[in-house]
Design a protein around this ligand. Structure first.
Ligand code: B1M
Length: 216
């Protein structure tokens, strides 16, 4: 019987084709979708990162695990959806310039959509110019979320937030940031309105930020 352990092992080993049937079987057996995601798949990617750090695996293996994770999220998506139809506001999301990691950002986007936000996802390696253009073209956007997974792309996050802070539209948007190397302190230092550690917290923060009055 497929359990969380088998799914985690398949993600960790980058067994892209095995992941979907294992998840389907686990769901059929009554395993909770968010447990599969959090205790199985996200933990598995954490182990992948550790192995990479110790030099036990290399980028191609990391890429296969990322593909397996994406396949799994695709299968889980309908089961994680809350079916909320409330429109809380429009959010622009993107991974900052130079950074190609998008699994965490995609999860944040998915959870936000489930909570009732409309999400406009700009993708990965998003330049400051692209953020500015998208905000300009979408006057109903109230929240912008930036993700970074590399310490080397934190300066890009700082640059984007700094530039957004100087735009005339700043008074109508809130900016939130996240990703493993990002901290609350860094978020404050670069002038973002908020930081969250994971996707669940990101939804709570997003709701809080849009309820707060815009900058004085
Ligand atoms: Co990369 N990688 N990677 N990688 N990768 C890390 C991040 C790393 C920590 C691995 C390690 O060394 N242990 C390391 C960074 C070290 C550092 O900077 N300190 C690293 C490195 C070095 C690299 C390369 C430089 C490797 C190389 O080429 N030599 C390279 C860089 C490429 C680039 O971006 N320019 C690279 C490439 C890749 C792949 C392409 C192979 C692949 C990414 C595929 C993809 O995303 N489509 C990959 C992967 C898979 C990882 C690890 C293993 C897993 C990342 C992940 O998806 N985690 C990662 C190790 C790790 O994180 N432990 C690693 C699961 C995901 C659900 O979590 O993304 O943290 P996470 O998102 C969370 C929170 O952070 C938060 O919520 C999410 C959900 O709970 N969050 C937000 C994220 N964004 C948010 C935004 C918010 C709020 C919360 O508001 C807007």
């Amino acid at each position: 019987m497929a359990g969380i352990r088998e799914i985690a092992d398949a993600v960790e080993a980058g067994k892209v084709k095995l992941v979907a049937p294992l998840i389907q079987e686990a769901l059929k057996n009554g395993t909770d979708a968010s447990e599969i995601l959090n205790q199985g798949m996200i933990e598995a990617l954490g182990n992948v990162g550790e192995k990479y750090r110790r030099g036990e695996i290399f980028v191609p293996e990391m890429l296969l695990s990322a593909r397996a994770m994406k396949k799994g999220v695709e299968v889980l998506k309908p089961y994680l959806a809350s079916g909320s139809s409330v429109v809380l506001g429009k959010v622009i999301l993107g991974t900052v310039s130079g950074d190609l990691h998008d699994i965490g950002k995609n999860l944040v986007g998915m959870m936000m959509e489930n909570a009732g936000f409309e999400v406009l996802d700009l993708g990965i390696d998003v330049s400051t110019r692209k953020f500015i253009d998208a905000i300009g073209k979408n006057p109903d956007v109230t929240l912008v979320g930036l993700s970074a997974l590399l310490t080397t792309t934190l300066p890009a996050m700082e640059e984007t937030v700094g530039t957004l802070n100087a735009q005339p539209f700043r008074e109508r948007i809130k900016i939130m940031v996240g990703g493993t190397p990002v901290t609350e302190e860094f978020a404050r230092k670069i002038g973002a309105d908020g930081y969250s550690r994971d996707a669940a917290e990101a939804v709570i923060l997003a709701k809080k930020l849009i309820e707060e009055p815009v900058l004085p």
